[in-house]
Design a protein around this ligand. Sequence first.
Ligand code: B12
Length: 213
Amino acid sequence: MKAEILSGLKDAILNYESAEAVKYATLAVEQNIDPIEAMEAMVEAIKVIGDGFQTGDLFLPELVGAADVMQKATPIIEQSIRKQGMKRQTLGVVLIGTVFGDIHTIGKSMVTTLLSAEGFTVHDLGINVPSDDFLKAIDQYKPDILAMSALLTTTAPETTKVIAALEKTGKREQVKVMVGGGAISEDFANFVGADGYAPTAPGAVNVAKKLIS
Ligand code: B12
């Protein structure tokens, strides 16, 4: 049953079938399948679509269609993560956003959900966030951690801009900086002077815990 549900979720994305994705996501929750495993099944499928786009076998409408299907199923799984994981005390405050010029939201939302479920208070600024908006929000929310997501090689350098702006305005010592997203590697994170990096959403939670300890 579990294998069938996970492959049903994957196939729904690969075949651009929203109703199937919603059906299998709901079944996954009903059958108490580990929501992280359900998420991973969807990530595997969306990566196949991304690879197809890169090689020229698939085109933008397919990319958009698959992302749309994934976005229909994700909230159902995320709701179950939240229900299972709600902790009472706040571990710390995290400010998160996808950097300027970048509208990819799925990975950032997964990181947001897992951090919230683990007990962090998370303020999500959304996508396409200009450097100035990160700075203003730091004044407003006084986060322990600033988390930035970037999926494009052209937008990954925005993280450097934000870190430089933090330094220029004397805010760098106030906040730990964590970066991630498909366009960011550990080497890149070190290069831009971030305090933490993780390649996955569960990894982001571990890094956040280390950064505040
Ligand atoms: C879905 C998708 C889209 C959707 C996004 C929909 C949405 N609402 O998010 C749409 C169709 C809009 C889109 C548009 C574009 N896309 Co696109 N897209 C993808 C795709 C297929 C999947 C992205 C995704 O959601 N992955 C699943 C999530 C879960 O993975 P993730 O984001 O990496 O997040 C995980 C980790 O990285 C980590 N993480 C994420 N954020 C953070 C933050 C922190 C702090 C930490 C610690 C960890 C962390 O945790 C997550 C869970 O494990 C990728 C291919 C791929 N392999 O990723 C291409 C991809 C990213 N897109 C690409 C491109 C080129 C584009 C476009 C330029 C296409 C075009 N010609 O218009 C536009 C750019 C638009 C823009 N300005 O941003 C390229 C980027 C190439 C590059 N290296 O620069 C990719 C790699 C496809 C490819 N292989 O060519 N895209």
